[in-house]
Design a binder for this molecule. Structure first.
Ligand code: SF4
Length: 225
């Protein structure tokens, strides 16, 4: 990413941030009340019932979970790979570059923090769960309220509950824009390897592990998994 393009993206985000800061949560609350929502604790959003269940995390959310649990960093966050082709995200040393973090998932794709499906759909970190989980199924994009798939839509919701969700949704929107601006400001770029270069697990790391370089709003982190 050249510096000129990076400046352009930051400027766009700063304009969006100004607009987002002027959103009236009452208007968002009225929309949520009109849509209707009550969480049925079905756990589908924590599994792959609706497809992609990745939960993106920003560094301050990771820190909150670490501060309130006995979990270690690698148990809370993993590099935000899509699981698909890495293409030009592999550098000349075979390291995979990613942007940000996600909650770890079990081998079956369920969120690591949901209890056993047969016994409970409870979240083990519910009180400190990330903003995405706190606001699901609602989110803001391009200044508009959007709704993800959810079994609880259409159920009656009280005005005060709608407002509480709206405040969280708007706060999440603003926080994520701020975090992305900080990420772009820290990002120094990297040189992609040639098309046929393989990941570290294929040719350098004798323990068959992959080296990830994670770029986030705090800087750059090398993670071996
Ligand atoms: S937010 Fe929706 S999908 Fe997720 S547990 Fe509640 S009702 Fe189910």
């Amino acid at each position: 990413m050249d510096e000129k393009y990076k400046s352009f993206l930051i400027q766009q985000l700063e304009e969006e941030l100004t607009n987002a800061s002027n959103i009236n949560p009452g208007i968002i609350a009225a929309k949520i009340e009109n849509i209707g929502f009550s969480c049925l604790i079905c756990g589908k959003c924590c599994r792959r019932a609706f497809g992609d269940n990745r939960v993106l995390l920003i560094p301050q959310e990771i820190q909150v979970i670490l501060d309130h649990t006995t979990l270690e960093a690698h148990e809370v966050a993993t590099p935000a790979t899509s699981g698909e082709s890495y293409n030009d995200l592999i550098d000349t040393d075979g390291r995979i570059h990613t942007f940000g973090w996600i909650l770890p998932r079990k081998s079956n794709g369920d969120c690591n923090f949901i209890e056993n499906a047969k016994t409970s759909n409870k979240c083990k970190i519910y009180d400190v769960r990330p903003m995405l989980c706190r606001t699901y199924p609602f989110y803001m994009k391009d200044m508009e309220l959007h709704v993800s798939e959810c079994e609880g839509l259409g159920h009656k919701i009280l005005p005060e509950e709608s407002l509480k969700i709206a405040l969280d949704v708007v706060n999440r929107y603003i926080t994520e824009i701020e975090d992305t601006i900080a990420l772009y400001k820290k990002f120094e770029g990297f040189v992609s390897g040639p098309e046929n270069i393989k990941t570290t697990s294929d040719h350098t790391d004798k323990n068959d592990r992959v080296i990830h370089i994670v770029h986030d709003s705090k800087g750059t982190h090398e993670i071996t998994r």
